[in-house]
Write a protein that binds this ligand. Structure first.
Ligand code: ADP
Length: 505
């Protein structure tokens, strides 16, 4: 039987064994660590030729900083049959150290030898170091980092870093194993969720902003960056998620948008106000001009022919002046009310009003302004039942509604004003058989300055119905109308019924 002899430089068995093994091998004398044999792999890794290695001892192959480790190792191998594995460094002929994994054993073959097998693990060590570094980095970034398992239904989380725990308040233990959707709580109706779901289904990357909720229930805005991870075989294995808490950014954006909106609204209001002012001035001056022209004409005639005119004609001119003044007075009243209402300055002052006496008195004041028109007033409220009303506001309502009924109907048809009551409300209905209101104009009738398309040459400011609506609102009532073009219109105002004992509305 042949046995290998490490001291024999020509031992063919040993040569065959050393060439056969895939690992690098060194054989050294235990006594002085002199290298006796090396295989091609070892020569290759170390950069020394076989003959050169034979002139060296083991200590020369270890970089200086590792020499202590080597002597400790050799000490531990002093007894034959012992072996040890460890990781350390060897030095290449060119002077650079490289990481190796060693197995060292003591072999007894007439005398003790060291058998050292080793392999270069620099790549593995480097990869391990890289991973450790990456782990430290991932664990310490302030953004949330999560990994979900894409091979399981519902994509459960298998990793969350500290950043995730800081942002959400959930510990790793509480989060791992759950699908990330628990962060949405019950707030599932989010547009961006649809996009996220679609990307997850298709294994695509995406960035979405979600409303998420911390463990304590508080809202935070989560900018979620999702990246799919594919195996070499192309199988989708994981989703990596980066969570950024962008709450402050979102709040700042929202507040910016709010101020922009407010600014735009203010600008629009300003523009609208300017518009109203311009139209107001032109409408009102136009409306004043007509009665003023009437007054001027009557006054001129009276001055010139006063003494020659018949009494009846004189009277007509004086009456014309009187009516024109009353109209101007009414117009001024409306203008004043409108400008006060625009700046919310109209005060409601409720006092007991007996409609059975108020209505005839009102008609008496109103009729002279339209001397040639018949106004039929029918008040069905018995005398002695005063209700709390604001006479000034009621005057505005009736004056405008009756004024319109007269203005927009022919001279021969009467205008009726009926007042009656239900259990809870007073109802004022003003009816005419006039031109009516085209359907297209009915929606905008209560807007200031809006006038229907069929008014023709009839004077008007377009303010009357707006004033009526405001006055009715101030009295907590309602206004409605029905109208058919060329047949006539009925405007009805209902006001809540309050007596003094029941108190103010
Ligand atoms: P105006 O000064 O033009 O009469 P109002 O605000 O009182 O302004 O009315 C707005 C518009 O509503 C009028 O221009 C007219 O087109 C329409 N309108 C109001 N009342 C009547 C009515 N009784 N019959 C027909 N049209 C009416």
């Amino acid at each position: 039987m042949t046995s290998a002899n490490p001291s024999d430089p020509h031992d063919p068995l040993l040569d065959a064994l050393l060439a056969q093994t895939g690992e690098a091998v060194l054989v050294a004398k235990a006594e002085d660590c002199k290298i006796l044999r090396s295989n091609a792999r070892a020569q290759d890794l170390l950069g020394w030729k076989e003959g050169e290695l034979k002139k060296m001892d083991l200590g020369q192959l270890w970089p200086e900083q590792s020499s202590k480790e080597l002597s400790a190792l050799i000490d531990s191998l002093s007894a034959p049959g012992q072996s040890a594995r460890f990781e350390g460094f060897l030095e290449h002929r060119d002077g650079f150290p490289f990481s190796c994994e060693f197995t060292c054993s003591t072999v007894e073959a007439g005398e003790p030898f060291y058998l050292i097998t080793f392999q270069d693990v620099s790549d593995t060590v480097q990869a391990r170091e890289d991973i450790a570094l990456r782990n430290i980095a991932i664990a310490n970034v302030t953004s949330g980092v999560t990994v979900a398992d894409a091979r399981q239904p519902d994509l459960p989380l298998i990793y969350v870093n500290k950043g995730f725990q800081d942002i959400t308040g959930y510990s790793a233990k509480e989060a791992i194993g759950r699908s990330c959707r628990f962060l949405q709580g019950t707030d599932r109706d989010q547009l961006e969720l649809e996009h996220l779901r679609k990307c997850l289904r298709n294994g695509e990357a995406c960035i979405v902003r979600l409303r998420n909720y911390r463990k304590d229930g508080s809202l935070f805005h989560n900018e979620l960056h999702i990246s799919p991870v594919y195996s070499e075989k192309g199988e989708l294995t994981h989703f990596v998620g980066i969570q950024l808490d962008v709450t402050e950014q979102v709040k700042a954006q929202e507040s910016l948008q709010r101020s922009e909106k407010r600014y735009r609204q203010a600008l629009e209001q300003e523009k609208e106000l300017n518009d109203i002012k311009t139209r107001f001035i032109s409408m009102v001056s136009h409306e004043f001009r007509t009665p003023m022209t009437g007054i001027r004409a009557s006054a001129a005639l009276l001055r010139k022919y006063g003494d020659k005119l018949q009494e009846a004609k004189k009277e007509r001119h004086l009456e014309n002046i009187d009516v024109s003044l009353k109209r101007m007075n009414r117009l001024l009243d409306d203008v004043l009310f409108f400008s006060q209402a625009e700046s919310d300055k109209v005060k409601v002052s409720l006092k007991p009003v007996d409609l059975a006496t108020y209505m005839p008195a009102f008609i008496e004041r109103f009729s002279p302004i339209h001397p040639d028109r018949e106004i039929l007033s029918d008040c069905r409220i018995p005398e002695g039942n005063p209700y709390l009303l604001d006479e000034h506001l009621l005057d505005h309502i009736l004056q405008n509604l009756l004024g319109n009924a007269v203005k927009y109907s022919g001279g021969e048809s009467p205008v009726t004003c009926t007042v009656d009551e239900s259990k809870t409300h007073l109802r004022f209905s003003i009816r005419d058989k006039g031109i009516g209101i085209p359907e297209a104009d009915q929606k905008r009738l209560f807007e200031a300055f809006h006038r229907a398309g069929n008014v023709g040459a009839r004077q008007g400011t377009g303010l009357g119905l707006n004033i009526v609506r405001r006055a009715v609102e101030l009295l907590k009532g309602e206004i409605e109308f029905s109208s058919t073009e060329n047949e006539g219109s009925t405007f009805s105002v209902s006001l809540p019924k309050h007596t003094e004992s029941k108190g103010n509305p």
